[in-house]
Design a protein around this ligand. Sequence first.
Ligand code: AMP
Ligand code: MG
Length: 330
Amino acid sequence: MTHAIDTHVTNDVAIAAGALLDGDVVAFPTETVWGLGALATDPLAIAKIYAAKGRPNDNPLIVHVASMDAALALFTRWPSRDHAETILRSFAPGPITVIIPRPAHLPAEVSAGLPTVGLRIPSHGVAQALLQAVGLPVAAPSANASGRPSPTTRDGVLASLNGKIPLILDGPRGELGLESTVVDCTGATPTLLRAGAVSVESLRRVAPTIKLLADAEAQARSPGTRHRHYAPTCRVHLATSDTRSLPEGATYETSAYIGLTAPSAVESYRLHRICNSVEHYAHELFEFMRLADNAKVELLVCERVPVAGIGRALMDRLHRAARGGSSPSP
Ligand code: AMP
Ligand code: MG
């Protein structure tokens, strides 16, 4: 039987860095979603991430470092290394993850046994301060129980992991609200594995050959995308702005609505959130899902957005939430 542990919250970066260096897990904010960190060089610490999240052991972690120098220290020599370096130099620190060959000093556990590893430099001030204080790479998936939407607030972390992790480093909510863009840079052509806050349009400007995959192929290459993800407990229904009526059998009293344009009956929903831009919608989505679940909503109606800019990542998450697992086409 496992016993619940006390989850403490601190604002002290030195305490959080000390806990990581002692081999504990610590949740911390980033500009995308909250991460659950552990020393990337310590297999026992990494195992605690999988245990706390209930994460399937074939789902690799992303390694976080503070600076370009620290990132380049993890680069080995491989033919397409220039792509990874160019993409990082263009968008990091920020919401971009490059997949590179795993260097010998990072244990296989960090990437679920794969010969590759995800690498990211977050820009959030608290994440930066923590990584600088630790001075070693920190593996960090999103700080949620596996399969649930990523948390974008401290309360979202507590809702999922209270009693399962010893420490949360508190800090302001990140500006983005969806996970990083993941680009595989191990082969000849950079390949998008997960849409995110760095748009395909901006990636094309620095990596014109970037390849998009059909979902089945992306799932084969990015284990995490195979699993149920981003789904609240309630049912999710996607609606276009001209057909935003409730599906048959649903009632306003047990439904919630999020989108850019208000349907005529918006006040009748138990909860509703009208966002002023696609960026704002992306920022609010995961927290709204959590509030909808808290309010015991049965159905969440989400307005569709055009698949462009961060709208691509937003639609990817909405499709996964609605289908409980996969996104349609690239
Ligand atoms: P999370 O940190 O929970 O947002 O999940 C990390 C995402 O990055 C998952 O979708 C993983 O499949 C993907 N990922 C991390 N490392 C690798 C890797 N070495 N190869 C392919 N995909 C990866
Ligand atoms: Mg995750």
